[in-house]
Design a protein around this ligand. Structure first.
Ligand SMILES: Cc1cc2nc3c(=O)[nH]c(=O)nc-3n(C[C@H](O)[C@H](O)[C@H](O)COP(=O)(O)O)c2cc1C
Length: 140
């Protein structure tokens, strides 16, 4: 049983080393637990998509909610899926500063990445657009 989960949160420590620390552990853990996904970051806001087995995704989201490196964790979308759409990434990273501004504008109110203000479906469409145009760094 495969599921997809999307959530938003706000970083507590916005330094590049803090982000690298999160990603390093995430990639190792995700490979071991069959989880794939993308972490999008801009201006202190995270948007993350997780795909994998229902049990594994639930357990991980529990750990993520308890993680003190971010706050205001808000569930945006949870759904059963027939197949993964983010299967190439143990945890890809998108630095929104490097995304074509037109792509972001299509899915936002013009004020940058704000998953708190748009629907979960809109955030998912944004992620699918980014993955389709391969605007993902840190493939693995
Ligand atoms: C924004 C953010 C994204 C994260 N993404 C993942 C992830 O994709 N996979 C992962 O294993 N841990 C991720 N973590 C770390 C988890 O919250 C947690 O620290 C890790 O799973 C270890 O949990 P444990 O200490 O309960 O074993 C993320 C943390 C933050 C702050």
């Amino acid at each position: 049983m495969l599921v997809r989960l999307l959530y938003a949160s706000r970083a507590v420590d916005t330094s590049p080393s803090a982000l690298e620390g999160i990603l390093k552990v995430a990639r190792e853990h995700n490979l071991d637990h069959g989880i794939t996904g993308v972490l999008i970051y801009q201006g202190g806001v995270f948007l993350q998509a997780l795909e994998g087995g229902r049990r594994a995704v639930n357990d991980l989201f529990g750990a993520i909610q308890r993680d003190r490196r971010h706050k205001d964790v808000e569930l945006l979308l949870f759904e059963e899926i027939v197949q993964r759409s983010l299967c190439g990434w143990a945890m890809g990273l998108v630095d929104v500063e490097r995304v074509n501004p037109g792509t972001l504008l299509r899915y936002s109110d013009g004020q940058g990445l704000n998953p708190y203000a748009v629907s979960g479906r809109t955030s998912l469409a944004f992620i699918e657009d980014l993955t389709a145009t391969a605007a993902i760094c840190g493939h693995t």
